[in-house]
Ligand binder design. Sequence first.
Ligand code: PBG
Length: 325
Amino acid sequence: MAFPVQRLRRLRQSEALRRMVRETSLSRADLIYPIFVTEGHDRREEIGSMPGQYRLSVDLLVKEAAEIRDLGIPAIILFGIPDRKDERGSSGFDPKGIVQRAVRTLKKQVPELTVVTDVCIDEYTNHGHCGIVRDGKIVNDETLECLTAMARSHAEAGADMVAPSDMMDGRVAAIRAELDRAGFTELPIMVYAAKFASCFYAPFREAAGSSPQFGDRQSYQMDPANGREAMREIALDVEEGADIVMVKPALPYLDIIAMARSRILLPIAAYQVSGEYSMIKAAGRAGWIDESRAMLESLLAIKRAGADLILTYFAKDAARLLHTP
Ligand code: PBG
């Protein structure tokens, strides 16, 4: 029984009806706001390729965090911009490092806000890679020592969740074991499980000064062509003890989110990355699209694909427009 008996437009006639049959919703509780924290005092530098996003010193980060909490956003994820870099990214696991200090201060001053930390050495290495380099290659197992040290130092500073983004094999198991050994058995791991070698990270790398100084990240981040392999990455991370798995980027990889949703029971996060943000911003500024509508439509699409949580630079803008908690 098709037309004329079936008329799908019947339920689209009024906003009331449309609300009643709406399948997906976006709420402030879904959002995680990524922030860059930098050395110094009273520093607020706008990131050229990400209009409206800033590198903040810890004192200004605290003010920003209070605003984020008041907007009803439950969590932030912190990226550190250190003042010194070396081969092993050791400023990334220094107990007095920039992220460790930021976390300590935030948990003291804005305790209600959940603080997630990105665990990866690329922002702290002089070569810009996410692992230790030997003879021009990124070595896996040795890198795990840096990652576990970094995760542990974040936990000791008071982080509420750690988020490894390096794409080394075995990092979830290694970090889980180290956290458990140190007594942090209740600290969740949100792993960047299916992270693709994407051109959409370019504005972030400008923001964090973390572009690789030679080569690229294709020997550890995933080939954008591979969906089945993404399911293997996710399955292994689940087995190793992940609590939340992430797909990154988000909008160009909605099929990966949907595939993961149909296979696993864990919460799924998706990262609407810097390039996705900057494209919408740029087109909005040029008057080619309506920025707010493009933002909300893209976030809704990411939810509809199956994500429970979205890391997005639009978190504050979206929270201001959303009525749902
Ligand atoms: C690695 C990391 C990156 C992003 C998050 N964590 C950069 C990369 O892999 O090159 C990118 C996020 C974005 O583009 O918004 N520490």
